[in-house]
Design a binder for this molecule. Structure first.
Ligand SMILES: [Fe+2]
Ligand SMILES: [Fe+2]
Length: 180
């Protein structure tokens, strides 16, 4: 795939991922108000970041005439389902979800930043700032304590990986091999 195609896939999958993240956090916040109220402030803070990330990627795509991911509705509904199911399972599942998703996402962003560094430094910088905030979400979840069921962590990370892989037609894996 040519470089323009890779750049297009990076922006599309990141934008779609942020749309999914927004749906996860919104669904979790709605349910956590009753089931895990102590988590609501940290979930709200992460949600605010995800909204600004989505706006950044939407603007970056718009500037380059790139249309959103064809699988956007799948990210949207996947996010709602993942957020609602984990929130219904309770506090530990909410935090497991945050950790699994943010860990997967920031690893992909690291690959993308390395690839972009020599090609579009401005975008690489913007992405690095977002990556730092995703790591912050991961740390906030780790700091909140509780248990992290291994099966749930593995399942959520696998679903996230699968969505990333499918949305980029496997380009995420090729990109990782190229920069590592
Ligand atoms: Fe984000
Ligand atoms: Fe995040």
């Amino acid at each position: 795939m040519n470089e323009a195609g890779i750049l297009r896939d990076i922006l599309r999958v990141d934008h779609a991922g942020e749309v999914g993240a927004i749906r996860i956090y919104r669904a979790q916040i709605a349910i956590a108000r009753r089931r895990a109220p102590d988590l609501v402030p940290v979930l709200l803070e992460s949600l605010g970041d995800e909204v600004s990330h989505r706006d950044f990627f939407a603007a970056s795509m718009n500037k380059r005439g790139i249309v959103p991911c064809h699988m956007l509705s799948l990210w949207w509904s996947g996010g709602v389902i993942l957020g609602a199911v984990t929130a219904l399972l309770g506090r530990d599942a909410i935090l497991t979800c945050t950790e699994a998703v943010e860990r997967t996402v920031h690893r992909h962003m690291n690959d993308q930043i390395l690839w972009l560094a020599s090609r579009d430094a401005d975008l690489a910088d913007g992405l690095a700032a977002i990556r730092d905030q995703e790591v912050g979400h991961l740390f906030a979840a780790q700091a909140a304590g509780g248990r992290r069921p291994r099966w749930l962590d593995g399942m959520i990370a696998a679903v996230t990986e699968m969505l990333v892989w499918t949305s980029t037609y496997g380009a995420s894996a090729r990109l990782a091999r190229e920069v590592r």
